[in-house]
Design a protein around this ligand. Sequence first.
Ligand code: SF4
Length: 249
Amino acid sequence: MAFPQEIVPELISYLKNLERRGIKSLYLDAATSELNVEPESSRVTPDHPEPEPKDTPVATPAATASVAGLLAELETKVKVCTECGLHEGRTNSVFGTGDPATKVLFIGEGPGRDEDIQGLPFVGRSGQLLTKILAAIDLERKDVYITNMVKCRPPNNRDPQENEVRCCEQYLKVQIDLIKPRIICALGRIAAQWLLDKTTSLGEMRKSEHAYRGIPVLVTYHPAALLRNPGLKKAAWEDFKRLRDILTD
Ligand code: SF4
């Protein structure tokens, strides 16, 4: 059936209006009812039903709200979690923050001192550097989701131990399943090794393409490593440019 060209200007104007209101996707029926256009589904004869779409559905505002609700529910569990020894030293757990409908999920290692105090990920010097790098590839923190492998601070900023990661992975797995990002960016060796189930070095892992349960994974240095060793910044910048290219494809 030919698309009714006379509604195109009105449709474009409607979509631009939604974009200005921050709505990135919508139910077809909602759009068609507001446009006073007969929905495609109502024109399908019962003998020839439309096949179920096979692609992953685009996040709708309603779906995003329910993901946010489920994430909030999970966060309340994390706040009282005592499943590993890290809970003993925490001021606050650090669940993660950002847009539940994001295309890119960043995963670091664990909260540091500032994060433990504020209950938010990547708010210290490393976080400030990450924010600057994101801005350089036209991303704002509110547009991405950032979390860590472990949700409670390891003492003296040591690496999370394997048993702590194994205890805490239950939360990260659900976060990934709910957010369904288009790409995951592993910040540092601990996140990369867990996501890829490998023990190879970060330097090796960042040279190849990977996936976690079908989701592409880009491996790069943790911002704290860039602060300790500014010589790594050039390589990290190449990784982030690759991320930008993937997201704008
Ligand atoms: S690090 Fe994870 S598993 Fe350990 S106490 Fe905190 S929330 Fe629970």
